[in-house]
Design a protein around this ligand. Structure first.
Ligand code: GDP
Ligand code: MG
Length: 228
């Protein structure tokens, strides 16, 4: 289940971004990647798979995982897959950023996710997104109730100060890693018409369910980057 490694001791640290759909996970990741790599949409649940990006913050190199939302208790096949994907991301991560929506406040799904994350032994940062204006800062303290510790206000969309402060804290928790320029991997693209079996092929190569496979055409809406 290791990712982003070359089988050496030099493993690239991993940060997973988890949270329910539509809280701004992909917006946050795009800010870190520096481009619109991850699909952002007003429709909850657009990022269905886990997406991996190699990024750098103040000289610290790590992989960030953007996940579909965790939605416990939903029967629907795709939603269950999203839940599983996010759980795997947490298992693979050195540090987890749990993103919530400061404009909406705490929702029952946030509480379920908090309960799940509290069982993990990983370092978890609680980030309260969509704090775009000083007026919204009053909401932030409410999120102490999730029992995850200090809520960190950010605005992923506007990239205000809080984003940088949070990332400084996150990288301070990551294990030491020096990227090896020599070991740049060969890049292979798998393309084909919808439902041809691209995701099944990737999963077979990886030996794990990295990509959601579904009978529904077009389940993988983003491109998936992964290393073998
Ligand atoms: P995800 O489902 O958690 O990946 O959420 P997205 O990144 O797709 O964002 C969901 C919606 O929230 C989009 O309409 C974003 O533009 C919006 N959004 C994300 N971050 C912010 C923010 O900091 N402030 C505000 N006001 N909206 C945001
Ligand atoms: Mg998303």
């Amino acid at each position: 289940m290791e990712i982003g490694i070359n089988g050496t001791m030099k493993r690239r640290p991993v940060v997973a971004i988890v949270g329910r759909p539509n809280v701004g996970k992909s917006t946050f990741v795009n800010r870190l990647v520096g481009s619109r790599e991850s699909i952002v949409d007003d429709m909850p649940g657009v990022t269905r798979d886990r997406l991996y990006f190699d990024v750098e913050w103040t000289g610290h190199h790590f992989t960030v995982i953007d996940t579909g939302g965790i939605v416990p208790g939903m029967e629907d096949e795709i939603m269950m897959s999203i839940y599983t994907q996010a759980q795997i991301a947490t298992e693979q991560a050195d540090v987890v950023i749990f993103l919530v929506d400061g404009a909406e406040g705490i929702t029952p799904v946030d509480i379920d996710i908090a309960n799940l994350l509290r069982k993990s032994d990983k370092k978890i940062f609680l980030a309260v997104n969509k704090i775009d204006t000083p007026a919204r800062e009053a909401m932030v303290a409410d999120f102490y109730a999730l029992g995850i510790g200090e809520p960190h206000p950010i605005s992923a969309m506007h990239g205000t100060g809080g984003v940088g402060d949070l990332l400084d804290l996150v990288v301070s928790e990551l294990p030491e890693f020096v990227p090896d320029e020599e070991s740049k991997p060969i890049r292979i693209a798998i393309v084909g018409k919808p439902n041809a079996g691209k995701s099944s092929l990737v999963n077979a190569l990886l030996g794990e369910e990295r990509v959601i496979v579904s009978d529904v055409s077009g389940t993988t809406r983003d491109t998936i980057d992964t290393e073998i």
